[in-house]
Design a protein around this ligand. Structure first.
Ligand SMILES: NC(=O)c1ccc[n+]([C@@H]2O[C@H](COP(=O)([O-])OP(=O)(O)OC[C@H]3O[C@@H](n4cnc5c(N)ncnc54)[C@H](O)[C@@H]3O)[C@@H](O)[C@H]2O)c1
Length: 384
């Protein structure tokens, strides 16, 4: 990090409700303690947005009616925001990100990046033209042991990936999705707001992203089965996908938002030529490393043998579990390092900071759209 101790100023688009992920973002940024919230569009309802802004201590004249208005106004201020945090429903990620990048304002945005590959390609062009940074909030990459897995993989500890199994069962949407009617749909079931897929874009994007983040490998083909269990009107809430990766490895992804009895059981087994790595987000302070002809090892966060890439983000001693808020805070910490460097004229590739990038987000959008294509074509292989 360059030597600039000023708190970075940020604004929010979305994140108004206490239960929204944007509230978690604020907690994570408070944990880091090097930023201040000064502007926002906290809801599409301006009155509600003003009320929330006042509760959060944002000056009245910096609560805006739209992302576009906020981007122009903040860019014109000498004390304008250094970056924006976008945590709206999916459909608004693209127009909001574009509006801020066009004004030269760096963006941290929730996943998935956007709804279509065309939108993602456009964002790549705008980022290149404007020179802005883009951080995609794929939470699980922020866990210290995800960083450890990435360092182990990059060091060749398990060799080249041969196959991967990812499962992500949750049941928090059982009531919302199985019993929903046309009248009370959540935005997650409305294609114009969610995208062509629901669960596949919502949690499938996390699955593809974690494997991509850790191994650097892109998915090149998918064969998908997407299902809407429990009702006739909604998008998918359960899926299986067979994947092919650019190095010839294969994968199997199962995700479900109606898996009764499962909380948030994201689990990955990466199987390489020499061994395997197992990561389970509900037990994210540990990794299981299995090497040929050796007993399985349980690697603990913050240990003497831990890689610098994970030790860098150590917040509590080992055995005192860190969790979701720390994962978000770690992603933000990497991103604000990048923002400070960029402001000081230091240009380092975004990949090197360790946060998920725009190009990873585009790969994710291509992935889940290809899964929908596969389903719509009668469960056939689709090349990305
Ligand atoms: N990274 C993660 O682990 C994670 C977890 C949950 C959600 N998400 C992502 O975060 C995003 C939001 O999900 P959520 O669960 O918080 O949804 P939510 O419906 O709980 O909250 C969305 C918030 O955005 C506000 N909003 C809606 N439209 C807006 C607009 N046009 N302008 C400004 N604000 C607007 C709403 O008032 C609300 O406060 C989604 O893209 C979702 O995929 C990511």
């Amino acid at each position: 990090m360059t030597n600039d101790s000023r708190r970075l100023r940020f604004g929010m688009v979305g994140g108004g409700d206490a239960t929204s992920v944007g509230a978690l973002h604020r907690n994570a940024l408070r944990l880091n303690g090097d930023t201040e919230l000064v502007a926002g569009v906290f809801s599409h309802d301006l009155e509600k947005s003003r009320r929330i802004g006042a509760e959060l201590g944002v000056a009245e004249d910096r609560v805006y009616a739209s992302a576009e208005e906020m981007a122009v106004a903040e860019a014109a201020r000498p004390d304008g925001i250094d970056f924006v945090d976008i945590s709206t429903p999916n459909a608004f990620h693209y127009p909001a990100s574009k509006a801020f990048m066009q004004q030269g304002i760096h963006v941290a945005c929730e996943k998935p990046l956007c709804l279509t590959p065309e939108e993602g390609e456009d964002l790549e062009l705008v980022a290149a033209e404007s020179g802005t940074l883009f951080c995609l909030m794929h939470t699980f990459t922020g866990h210290a042991m995800s960083r450890e897995a990435r360092a182990l993989y990059e060091d060749g500890v398990i060799g080249q990936l041969r196959t991967v199994v990812v499962e992500y069962p949750q049941d928090w949407l059982v009531d919302a999705l199985e019993q929903e009617t046309e009248q009370d749909k959540t935005w997650r079931s409305i294609p114009e707001l969610s995208g062509r897929g629901a669960a596949i874009g919502d949690i499938g994007s996390h699955m593809e992203n974690w494997v991509h983040y850790v191994t650097g490998l892109r998915v090149t083909a998918v064969l998908a089965n997407l299902e809407a269990i429990g009702a006739g009107t909604m998008l998918d809430n359960n899926f299986q996908v067979i994947t092919k990766f650019e190095n010839g490895a294969s994968g199997f992804f199962w995700g479900s938002q109606v898996a009764v009895g499962y909380d948030n059981a994201f689990k990955v087994i990466l199987l390489g030529e020499k061994g395997s790595i197992e990561f389970w987000q509900e037990n994210n302070n540990y990794l299981v490393l299995r090497l040929r002809d050796q007993p399985a090892q349980i690697l603990s966060r913050g240990s003497s043998y831990s890689r610098p890439e994970s030790l860098k983000y150590l917040r509590t001693p080992k055995g005192h579990p860190e969790g979701l808020t720390e994962a978000f805070a770690n992603i933000y910490s990497a991103f604000t390092d990048a923002v400070r460097d960029r402001q000081a004229g230091v240009v380092t590739p975004e990949h090197d900071y360790g946060y998920p990038t725009l190009s990873m987000g585009l790969a994710g959008v291509r992935f889940f759209n290809a899964c929908v294509d596969s389903q719509e074509a009668g469960n056939t292989w689709v090349q990305l």
